[in-house]
Ligand binder design. Structure first.
Ligand SMILES: Cc1ncc(COP(=O)(O)O)c(C=O)c1O
Length: 275
């Protein structure tokens, strides 16, 4: 049975989807996206994703006002693809639409709206045993706060990590850790959690925000301050956090073990239990 996707107002079989070769998403990466995780049919921090979506659209000046219909569309996608009672993801992409290729915004555009549902199980092995990451130069643009579909530097960095048996590449800009290619980065020193402040240099991660809330509610101090790459070696603990990564402990960075090479003590998952 063919997958059902959503395209421009309709739920249709994926095999029938048609997008113009002049779509500005295809030609210019002129669009934005969101990824939302559903746990047994319930979205994680839906309102935060919608707020970030609106902000991304506003920042690149795409006119879209169909926000109210989206939740129903996402539920239908999960149901029609048999994903409503398991861990699933929704990918939503909005591009400026299609017109003969010119750089500036054409007038009277209809945005292209595409959404799809996919199985998105937690990676329990990584959550329990930790992951390896690499560090790499942050060669991205200066508006990383927009969830743009223009992801080539992220893709190249992620491939570099993959080729070194790592799950993520952590970007360093001017000697400061910014974030991962598809996750936020947090590190712990003497019981204090450090992470880059929200700015034009990183995506305002929703999982990071939730982790900071949980830390503060539990008396764990969080300092939103960029970590110097020269200080990495002295960190007790590191985590990559994101919609797909959830909260994954980093046990190796480049070829160096983090702490004692095991998930650290601030990390909430120990011996099969979420504390
Ligand atoms: C570059 C980047 N930073 C951070 C994140 C984490 O954001 P969130 O927790 O909202 O998934 C992502 C997730 O896709 C990302 O692509």
């Amino acid at each position: 049975m063919s997958e059902t996707i959503y395209l421009n107002g309709k739920l249709i079989p994926k095999t029938e989807a048609a997008i113009s070769p002049e779509d500005r998403g295809f030609n210019f990466a002129d669009g934005i996206y969101e990824v939302i995780k559903y746990y047994e049919g319930k979205p994680f921090r839906y309102a935060d994703h919608m707020e970030r979506l609106k902000r991304s659209l506003r920042e690149i000046r795409i006119d879209f006002n169909g926000f109210n219909q989206l939740e129903t569309v996402f539920q239908s996608l999960l149901e029609q693809n048999g994903l409503a009672s398991q861990e699933a993801g929704i990918y939503l992409q909005i591009t400026r639409g299609s017109r003969t290729r010119i750089h500036h915004f054409p007038e009277n555009m209809n945005p292209t709206i595409y959404a799809t549902a996919f199985p998105f199980a937690s990676k329990w092995d990584q959550l329990e045993n930790g992951v390896k990451v690499i560090t790499t130069e942050d060669i991205r643009w200066l508006r990383c706060d927009i969830k743009s579909i223009s992801l080539l530097p992220n893709v190249l960095a992620a491939e570099n990590a993959h080729e070194q048996d790592a799950v993520e590449a952590i970007f360093i800009r001017n000697g400061i850790i910014t974030e991962g290619s598809h996750s936020s980065f947090m590190a712990v020193k003497d019981g204090v959690v450090y992470t880059h402040p929200d700015s034009n240099l990183i995506l305002p991660g929703i999982t990071k925000k939730v982790v900071m809330e949980i830390c503060r509610a539990n008396g764990i101090p969080v300092i939103e301050e960029g970590i110097l790459s020269s200080e990495l070696a002295g960190m007790d603990e590191m985590m990559i956090v994101g919609t797909g990564s959830e909260v994954s402990p980093v046990v190796k960075i480049d070829e160096t073990p983090v702490g004692n090479g095991q998930p650290g003590s601030v990390y909430p998952f120990h011996s099969g239990e979420i504390l």
